[in-house]
Design a protein around this ligand. Structure first.
Ligand code: 5GP
Length: 225
């Protein structure tokens, strides 16, 4: 058997509120057990259907700012008057273990990640139309009208930034969009330029000089598929 070693992929998914990015990602996560989703921290109030530690870690403004002061975030941003941030430690651990990490974050945060990780993959989710987007936001009925309007006007600015991403998926049907997202992840996993080390099972057949001892690669080896 040929094994390889590589860092986990860092997959960043953005899209306007109501684009359906969480639904698409949930679908992919339910089928792709090799993908780990980072749980963000936010100062926004918990919605009825949300769970602490699963959807977000819900914290106060003071707690969030203390975490900023400790340099605990990979990135953070203010969106619709609340803080949102990606806790740094876990993400780095997973990437180092070769596990693929999914961040579902808004655009300011995505652009910060772009500065930090040149190999991250940026995927933008578009609604089929602005009318559909507005309808989805209104139907969701989890926010006040003022917040819905703010999110809707943010959507125009966010869509303007789409050219900074690598891929775009139009969410006209969840199953179709989820298939596309999985296809992108699959092809990124196959890229030769992400492989750091390759070796054959027989130590005599080592083909990479940095693989000096068996012990070195037993902890970190990752199957190619
Ligand atoms: P919502 O309040 O609808 O859950 O999230 C509002 C926006 O914040 C969404 O675009 C969501 O993807 C984004 N978001 C969630 N977590 C994070 C995060 O950790 N960092 C950043 N920059 N944005 C986030």
């Amino acid at each position: 058997m040929i094994r390889t070693k590589r860092q986990g992929l860092l997959i960043v998914v953005s899209g306007p509120s109501g684009s359906g990015k969480n639904t698409i990602c949930d679908q992919v996560l339910s089928e792709n057990k090799k993908l780990w989703e980072s749980v963000s921290m936010t100062t926004r109030k918990r919605r009825r259907n949300e769970e602490e530690g699963k959807d977000y870690f819900f914290v106060s403004k003071e707690e969030f700012e203390a975490m900023i002061a400790e340099d605990g975030f990979l990135e953070y941003a203010v969106f619709a008057q609340h803080y949102y941030g990606t806790p740094k430690k876990k993400v780095q651990e997973k990437l180092d273990q070769g596990i693929d990490v999914l961040l579902i974050i808004e655009i300011q945060g995505a652009l910060k990640i772009k500065e930090l990780y040149d190999k991250a993959i940026f995927i933008f989710i578009l609604p089929p139309s602005m009318e559909t987007l507005k309808k989805r936001l209104l139907d969701r009925a989890t926010e006040s009208e003022e917040v819905i309007l703010e999110r809707f006007s943010n959507a125009y600015q966010e869509i303007n930034e789409m050219p900074k991403y690598n891929y775009v998926i139009v969410n006209d049907r969840v199953a179709k969009a989820a298939n596309k997202l999985q296809a992108i992840i699959t092809s990124e996993r196959c890229r030769v330029d992400r492989i750091e080390e390759v070796y054959l099972n027989n130590p005599e057949e080592k083909i990479h000089e940095s693989l000096l001892s068996e012990k070195e690669f037993t902890n970190e080896q990752i199957n190619l598929d």
